[in-house]
Design a protein around this ligand. Structure first.
Ligand SMILES: [Zn+2]
Length: 335
């Protein structure tokens, strides 16, 4: 007899979930993993969290491999990031709207990140105490420093070692549980779907949050047109690294049960949901030599198609049907 499955990490339901088997498709390792769909909130979660999770984050896992000082600190790039950051966080946002139409994936990603920070708000301006949980090598921590933010910290348990960036920001090899201090904005950019117990992580975040602080959670969601269209070929399933793929309802429930109210939701999906999923459908892993991610100049997809997918992503975002979103949470006073 099979063991009873664990409760849903989003809504805690123990109602018998439906199972499926999903292949690892970032590196094309050939391993398959059992996932369950919650019968109550429709979130998807891995049946058993692998004991050796760190093995799946070894180089070249992209967010850990790329040194922000090298990529964003280069002459010219550094000034552009500073300008973009200041415009998006503190200015009219005109520069970031212009940057959005430049067909460079990394630039668009940075604009999306900065716009989500603006959405969450910086109550203390440049002195707002910001914590980035699951920061990878610290690209956003570095970019916020270049934009003039004076108190930014990053933590990530999969880092090789602690480090201080040239902006003065510490980037620490640890989880939020092992951190002291108080923060006005705690951000989890595509990290909550990676943690074994997202409820415990949000509770740890709550302990580090100032009384009128905000939490910014960005992550993929199964409540999306892309998951409906591509099913098990949807690129953001990313087994086994994505341990929980939340439904929108599941995220609402988890926020409430950990002492938060959802203040805002803004979809920020991109053409990645289409070209990434099309590649999975063809059996091409994300890091394969002929992947659009690895070799965009030799892409299997035409520029016209990629542009059409960009427009489709924008439409889905406006309709609240994108495959990823930013949630802004505010703590609800106990009692
Ligand atoms: Zn559930």
């Amino acid at each position: 007899m099979a063991l009873a499955p664990r409760p849903c990490p989003a809504c805690a339901s123990r109602t018998t979930p439906a199972g499926c088997e999903l292949p690892e498709m970032m590196f094309g390792l050939g391993e398959r993993f059992d996932y369950l769909t919650c019968a109550d909130c429709a979130s998807l979660f891995i049946r058993e969290v692998p004991d050796d999770l760190a093995a799946y984050y070894s180089a070249p896992y992209y967010s850990l491999e790329v040194d922000p000082e090298v990529v964003l600190g280069r002459p010219g790039v550094k000034q552009l990031v500073a300008l973009l950051g200041r415009s998006t966080l503190f200015g009219s946002g005109r520069v970031s709207r212009t940057a959005r139409v430049v067909p460079v994936r990394q630039l668009r990603t940075l604009v999306t990140l900065l716009e989500s920070v603006r959405l969450a708000g910086l109550p203390g301006g440049r002195d707002t105490r910001v914590l980035d949980v699951g920061c990878g090598a610290g690209a956003l921590v570095f970019a916020l420093g270049l934009a003039g933010m004076r108190s930014v910290t990053g933590v990530d348990p999969f880092l090789a070692a602690d480090r201080t960036l040239s902006t003065g920001a510490p980037v620490l090899r640890r989880t939020v549980d092992d951190l002291d201090g108080s923060f006005d904005l705690v951000m989890l950019h595509h990290s909550l779907e990676h943690v074994p117990d997202p409820g415990a992580t949000l509770e740890a975040v709550a302990r580090r949050l100032s009384p009128d602080g905000r939490v910014l959670v960005r992550m993929p969601t199964v409540s999306s047109a892309a998951y409906e269209r591509y099913g098990h070929d949807w690129i953001q399933l990313d087994p086994p690294r994505h341990l929980t793929l939340f439904s929108r309802a599941g995220m609402e429930t988890l926020a409430r049960s950990t002492g938060f109210a959802v203040e805002a939701v803004a979809d920020d999906s991109s053409s990645f949901q289409f070209w990434g999923s099309e590649q999975v459908r063809r059996g091409t892993s994300l890091m394969a030599p002929d992947s659009h991610f690895v070799n965009p100049s030799g892409s299997a997809f035409t520029r016209a198609l990629l542009r059409a997918w960009d427009r489709e992503a924008d439409e889905l975002n406006r309709a609240g049907r994108g495959d990823q979103a930013a949630w802004v949470l505010r703590p609800v006073a106990a009692g």
